[in-house]
Every structure is written in structure tokens, then in C-alpha cells.
Design a protein around this ligand. Sequence first.
Ligand SMILES: Nc1nc2c(ncn2[C@@H]2O[C@H](COP(=O)(O)OP(=O)(O)OP(=O)(O)O)[C@@H](O)[C@H]2O)c(=O)[nH]1
Ligand SMILES: [Mg+2]
Length: 344
Amino acid sequence: MEVGIVGLPLSGKTTLFKALTGNKVPVKDKEINIGAALVPDERVDALAEVFKSKKVVYASINIVDMPGVDPKDRKSTSRFLEGARGVDALVHVVHAFENASVPHPLGRINPQEDAETLDTELIFADMDMAEKRLSARKILPEEKALLEKASKVLEGEQLLIYGTDLGDEEKEQLRKMGFVTARPQIYVLNVDENTDKNLIEGFMSFAREKGRLSLNVNAELESEIASLEPEEQKSFLQEYGIDKPAVVRLAKTLYDLLGLQSFLTAGEKEARAWTIRKGATAVEAAGAIHSDIARGFIRAEVVDWQVLAKVGSWEEAHRQGLVRLEKKDYVIKEDDVLYFRFHV
Ligand SMILES: Nc1nc2c(ncn2[C@@H]2O[C@H](COP(=O)(O)OP(=O)(O)OP(=O)(O)O)[C@@H](O)[C@H]2O)c(=O)[nH]1
Ligand SMILES: [Mg+2]
């Protein structure tokens, strides 16, 4: 999965990027930063410990951090948004922190208005792209029709993803063409200790009314915590009343947004979390690991991770009759540990 961080200038995008990537990627101002965020997973950790797994693999999300979209500098917008043209989803960062050494560029905190402003800029960028494509000398009639339809949605000040006149198939085509507003979006409200609680509440209901998922992150604090040792991280998060690190909460929200879930595999060689779509079947899960396993699928051995971690081995889980044998069309549940019997 790949996501793009977008937002107005100085909203804390790069700070969030640092929090998510654990400060492991050197960042540059005014440039696109790219890095991977590993999603810590207690299930994987527990299984790795039980099996003494040689390798531990968490789910990971590729993150593209883009320079701020500045309404006063539309020329740069298209260039900056190049990073967002191929991503699966946008993470839209909105400024709500109050005690920054760098104050809000507009001298006031108004996350709702900022969020609307950014959407407008993204709409302008897509209009620009549609116009350019429409004025190309060679254009297929179907493409022309789709672009004209998209332009109408944009002129109505709507993001393509919410365009009611566009079908799912058409939206998918527009995503392939690189339109940014055709991508699903979540808000990250960048808050700090001083942010007014009413302001946060207000933004949350604004997001709900728009039908958008949102989460609150203290990006600055979390980027600092992300540099600490794992044990220290835990106690700091607790101290600040943060339930789970930003990367875990973001991953959860993105999975909900994109209709994804995970399943697990565990053994001496490796303990691992895999990403599949919600509702995926056992044979699809097998295919996520290797096409040969899907092709030669016989049965999936399935057990809940907590059960497996508790009994300590596959043999013991079998002995106690805790492992189910499932066929190809079994629908995978979050927390399932799978072992595939296959033959090629
Ligand atoms: N107090 C506080 N300060 C923050 C927070 N997030 C970012 N900042 C500060 O705001 C300034 C801008 O942060 P960046 O992360 O560089 O913002 P950006 O959105 O990447 O900026 P551009 O890429 O230039 O648009 C920095 O001085 C940060 O330290 C936060 O959550 N709390
Ligand atoms: Mg930045």
C-alpha cells in the first residue's frame, strides 16, 4: 500500500512523515520524501517469541510526503503533486497545533476552512490536468467523454471520488490517469497539548458530516517518541494518554478506508502479517503469499493467534483439536493464523 501526505504549507506533513517512518529516513524541505512505515503488531511479536522465529515481518506502508500545496503558488502545486498521482490513498494533514515555534501561515487556527482550501487546490490541480489531456492532439472518443464528465464534477467543486455521476469503473480509470481527487482521503488533524478540545470536537463532526475518516495526531510529540527505544516509547505514549502510536492508528484507518485486513503466518522461519482485502477467501490469502500456493491449494489450517501463542506450537494446537481445516472459499478473519497445505 502506498499513501501520499498532502496539506497546506506548514501543517506538519513532514513531522507526521517522521513520526510514521520512525525518523529513519532523511528528509528534505521543498522536496518529495519517500519512506516505508512499519506497522508494529503485538500479534506478530507474540508469535515470533513463541516460535523463536528467525525473521519478523510487519505490514508496511509506503509513504510519500509532499511539499505544501500553497494557494498563492499554484504553479508549484502540479509539480509537488506528482508524488500523489500513483498512491492508493491521500492522508490530508490539517493544522490544529497551537504552540509551534512556526505559527500558522495565516495567523489563525481554522482546520475546517484549511481542509476546504486544500480540497479546492486539489480540484484546481485536477482541472488543470483534465484540460491538458483534453487539449492533446490525439485523444480517443471514450477518453474525451470521461474527461468531460470528470471536468463537470470538478467544476461543481466536488472531488472526483465523491462524484455521483461517475461510476466505480470510471473512478478507477481516472485514478489510473493520475487524478489526485479520484483517490480516497482521510484527515489527520495535527494537534498538540494546547489545542482547544471544542476545536477538535468541531472538526470531528465536520469530518463525519462529510463522510470522511479522520484521526487526531500530535505529530511533533509522536515524531520525538518514535526515535526512542520500543520500551521507552510505550511508557511515553502512556504518559501522554496516547493509546497506540500514530502509525498503528493510521494503518487501522487506512485499512478501513480501503477495505483491507490482515492475516498471519508463523513458524521458526518467520512470523509475519500479510495484507489482503476484507472478505478475501483462503485461496486469495494463499495467492498473496505465492501464486503456486494458490494454484496447488489443498486446505488451510486455521487457528486464532492468541490460541496458538498460548499453546505454543502447531503440534500442540493440533493435539488439542484447536486447528480448523478450511477449504478454498473460507472467508479469512482478522487474527487468523494460516498454514497452507498445497501441492504443485
Ligand atoms: N507544536 C507542534 N508543532 C508542530 C507540530 N507539527 C509540526 N510542528 C512544527 O511546525 C513546523 C512545520 O512542520 P513541518 O512538518 O515541516 O510542516 P510541513 O507541512 O511539512 O511543511 P511544508 O512541507 O513546508 O509545507 C515545524 O517547526 C514543526 O516543528 C505539532 O504537532 N505540534
Ligand atoms: Mg514538509
